[in-house]
Design a protein around this ligand. Sequence first.
Ligand code: GLU
Length: 316
Amino acid sequence: MTSKKQRVFRFAPSPNGYLHLGHAYSALLNFDLARECGGRFLLRIEDIDRGRARPEFEAAIYEDLAWLGFDWERPVRRQSEHFDDYARALERLDEMGLIYACDCKRSDIARATAAQAYWPRDPDGSPIYPGTCRTKPRRSAREVRAKGGVAMRLDMRLASTLIGQGLAWREFGDVSPSLRAQRSNPESLANVWMASSAAPPRNDGEATVIAADPAQWGDVVLARKDTPASYHIAVVVDDALQGVTDVVRGKDLFEATSLHRLLQHLLDLPAPNYLHHDLIMDEKGEKLAKSVASTALRALRTQGWTPADVRRRIGS
Ligand code: GLU
């Protein structure tokens, strides 16, 4: 019997700059896919980075998306209002002995790793944490949260021993032949924990089962010194709490999904379908950045672009 569960899509921008064409593409894809299957479209404001999030950027998100013709469910979930949810997830990992406090500064890590001829880097280009604080006496997540000023890291080696074989996800985006050769693993399909129905986000879509490789992140930060959460913990907690069945986002987050699948597994959360889409490039073939004002939707609007022009430019 096929499940009739309604599909849930989300667009989850961070209000630390103005939305550009790349965001419009991601939002449109989510919106159109949700509409095609009679699903829900949620907007989530990922504003845990209190140093960078600004109210005027959040207001601009609503304005730009409304201009593009979107409608989304209210109330909108704003991550800054839900730190307790992320703290609960961290406490759960803490009870499993999987996280530890770390007071290393960036410069400590740079010094420890620069001394080596070769030091591995994570998919974002940061040196893998050398493990300096892993063996120090443990402090509880609750204590760390109460005091602040200290980060919490995942003990990746320990976490890896708990996941067993076959941690994977169903990818509906294009997968290059080399990646397919390296990471596609149909045998682990049985271990992909289906979030809802097995239906793909697109009628013509076919899933590639991608083997997750969370170890490439090392002991990743799950709560920052200045913020009692990180993007990774907040995103998996929210996707589960909001019943998100289909995560459609840029290819720049492809490898983050390995880590998200690990956290979902450890926290007993369902695995959504994933579709990592191509990134919209500028004329020079470079990734669009929030810091470049010229590709901001509001700048284009001032230049006389219409929502139809935006759709044409991003080929949607
Ligand atoms: N907030 C993230 C960003 O603006 C997107 C997170 C996600 O889609 O999982 O890049």
